[in-house]
Design a binder for this molecule. Sequence first.
Ligand SMILES: [Zn+2]
Length: 143
Amino acid sequence: MSAHEATKPIAEGLFTWPSEHPALLGSRCGDCGRVAFPAQASCAACCSTDVEMEELPRQGTLWTWTVQRFMPKSPYNSGETQETFQPYGVGYVELPGAIRVEGRLTESDPEKLAIGMDMEVVFYPYRSEEDGTEIINFAFSPV
Ligand SMILES: [Zn+2]
């Protein structure tokens, strides 16, 4: 087994992993129907603890976005340095069900990003740990 076969998600419970069709995991309130991401143990709207995990839709529309031109501080830093840092897009994608999810975008060219455009969630190796385990994160990519 090569070192690169090992992968793990950046945070437990954030999305289904490993999975043939990975999806973000949200929580839906059984009382008021509110969906939250990341999943919460109780509803932020009505305080109900009758919440269930569910897979979120993979596609949505870009609600707003910006380009991050400054290197993020740990723990959001993926191992880049001032020399290797590349600006990246970050935005909110509105998924069906009126839930907005913040995430990195695979596109950082402002000419190629527009509010309302179709986006889909993708999963990619974010960084590697010392033992070779690849840490998987999610991002949104133009469809
Ligand atoms: Zn609720």
